[in-house]
Design a protein around this ligand. Sequence first.
Ligand code: MEV
Length: 421
Amino acid sequence: MSKSSRIPGFYKLSADERLDKVKEFADLTSEEIEIIKSMSGIELENATKMIENSIGGISVPIGIATNFIINQNEYLIPLATEEPSVIAACSNAAGLGRKKGGFTAKSMGNVMRTQIQLIKVKDLESAKNNIEKNKSELLELAQEKTPTLSSMGGGAKDLQLKELDTKRGKMLIVEIYIDCKDAMGANACNTVAESLASKIEQMSDAESLLKIVSNLATERIVEAHATFDKESLGGEQVVERILDASEFAHNDSYRAVTSNKGIMNGITSLAIATGQDIRAIESAAHAYASISGRYIPLTTWEKDTAGDLIGKIKIPMPVGIIGGASSVHPTSKICLKILNVNKASQLAEIITSVGLAQNLAAIRALVNEGIQEGHMKLHARNIAISAGASGELIEKVSEIMIKEKNVKFLRAKELIKKLEK
Ligand code: MEV
């Protein structure tokens, strides 16, 4: 029987029962189950190999978003987040997308650019000519510096020059384009920039200053789209309201930033779970959102001739599945196994689709009941727990507080006292 990510009542199961479902879906071993349940995955001894001065760790819960079909494959999505409602909302939106076949996503590839800044350039034209003339030698040298990537058909692919007229004088920027294949690639990019700099200095009769990857990954864009059936969304009126909400974001950067924050709720959570450099993903996303000179949403929403809603997202997605935490952190490795990914571009397509789902979930809630209602249940449970409730009392106390619309620590304390009697 083929696997399905639609698991009705998944949220009602105990954590152990949910793990059983995930174990079965992803063929996890009992050892992997123990690692993911441990809420940590790494020992302090190993942490000291990852960062300096390590003293411990902080855990973020991982939950599973269900219902995803992406490029015709079924996915259970592990999301690491501290924010209530994100996972429920994401699963819900993915469920709405299933009816029309789920998400279709396409990555344009894994090329990153690395930059070498040249200052004190004596003669710009001759510097440019000399570098251009020796382009293939430089690319070959770059290839030698990234033997693993090169052996896989990746590595340096092109070199371009860019002049900057700054208040500190003219600068020449050498940009080398590197196919990072299944790695995120920042290390390879930095290695290439640093190792080519002295040769380029000689060729240009200039001084090299910064040699570093650019995180504006415009050569690593992923596009995804999905159609959402209008009846499942709640009817024509809901579609119209979503279109109005989307127009608000497209015409006001204050709203666009919040809309994109909602997209990043999904993207960042999956990126954390799979051990990605989330700062790289976030900075690229927001820079890309303002690349036109105005900060705009990363998604667009329209309706088709049948009145169904079509969502599209376009975003840089610099992720990797080899190198970095993704291949050393035991929990990240398990999350990648749950996703059953074997290419960085596949992971990028999944993450992007999750972002689109998250955006729909947020806008749909906002144009209907608002988002507080969804948040309230978990919030009430948290308040009940922090006031000292345990076991069945957690549910009882939080239900009463929600009914009373009075979710407060002191009220929780009172209720615990009363119910304990
Ligand atoms: C909250 O974390 C995210 C939202 O603000 C996103 C949005 O407004 O679209 C609900």
